[in-house]
Write a protein of this length. Structure first.
Ligand code: SF4
Length: 316
């Protein structure tokens, strides 16, 4: 999690962006709003951010704010998570185009069927799921704590959803039986091991940091596997100068901005959902309070229970 209190200094901001930033800052003041920006967002969003970070870190950070309105510059499941942990606040997603095809691959109807086939299995859902799926789960997990969460459960069998690559990674680290869900993030899943091999040959000595939503054969070629929060920590603390960053392209932009003394090479794809946010949409969302996230009470209660269980396990 990065607490942001500095200006962008690269001088590449256009006059139009500059004007929009000024408008957003004034609207933010009038609305008593907090703006959360996910690590994958475009660098143009950094300057309006109160916080930049990963999805869970942002949702948790919002709990202690006195802001009345929270704008989530990320995707819908992230905004839902902010709402689940901050139900009394007005939570806004600037555009409804910011969905997530991975989250959409897990439906409650299918989960009921799988649970019926494996009644003795625990249901562990990655935070990249809808609020409805979280409410149906025994516990949630992030890419950083998935192994710890699974190992902490009394059940020997675990239905793990929705990402098959993260599930396979967990299976490689646990003795429990993981029932994989056939979901994937296309941004990570299409990154291939052969191209990474070529990059490693071209840049010998560069440390490879990858997101666990990538395939197993690719992860086997890396030095460190983590979600975006852990990636940022590793890049800052490791003594290497050169890194290959394997995830959505915005992560490399952020690391270049945050750690300018090191070199970050990118092996990445762009997520169109993440990049559907923009400064003008944030300005519109603050002016109109669209699109407000609303969730049924029972979904908030059930999803919060699964998130709270995860947090209780992950801090032990
Ligand atoms: S990067 Fe993948 S998991 Fe993240 S929002 Fe985009 S499609 Fe969903």
């Amino acid at each position: 999690m990065l607490l942001l209190n500095m200006e962008i200094t690269n001088g590449h901001r256009s006059a139009e962006q500059q004007k929009m930033v000024t408008v957003i800052k004034e609207l933010k003041r009038q609305r008593n709003a907090l703006i959360l920006v996910h690590n994958y967002q475009d660098p143009a969003m950094y300057e309006i951010a109160d916080l930049i970070g990963d999805s869970l870190g942002l949702a948790k950070a919002a709990v202690n704010t006195s802001a009345e309105v929270i704008v989530m510059c990320g995707v819908r499941f992230m905004a839902e998570m902010v709402k689940i942990l901050n139900p009394e606040k007005i939570v806004i997603l600037p555009t409804m185009e910011a969905g997530c095809s991975l989250a959409d691959m897990a439906t409650a109807a299918r989960l009921r069927e799988v649970k019926h086939q494996h009644p003795d299995a625990a249901v562990v859902s990655y935070v990249n799921t809808s609020a409805e799926i979280k409410a149906f789960s025994d516990v949630c997990c992030t890419s950083a704590n998935a192994v710890q969460v699974v190992n902490s459960l009394p059940q020997d069998k675990v239905i793990f959803l929705p990402d098959r690559n993260l599930g396979s990674y967990v299976q490689s680290k646990t003795r429990k039986r993981i029932i994989l869900w056939d979901g994937y993030c296309f941004v990570h899943d299409k990154l291939d091991a052969e191209t990474l091999q070529m990059m490693k040959r071209r840049y010998p000595g560069a440390k490879v940091i990858a997101h666990p939503e990538a395939k197993q054969e690719l992860l086997a070629l890396t030095d460190y596997v983590s979600g975006t929060g852990g990636m940022a920590r590793f890049a800052k603390e490791d003594l290497s100068e050169n890194f290959i960053i394997v995830t959505e392209c915005g992560m490399t932009d952020l690391l270049r901005h945050e750690v300018p003394e090191k070199n970050f090479l990118s092996f990445c794809n762009v997520c169109p959902y993440m990049k559907s946010n923009s400064l003008s949409l944030v300005a519109r969302s603050l002016a109109t309070l669209r699109h407000e996230i609303t969730l049924p009470e029972e979904i908030i209660v059930g999803a919060k229970r699964a998130l709270d269980r995860m947090m209780a396990i992950a801090v032990k």
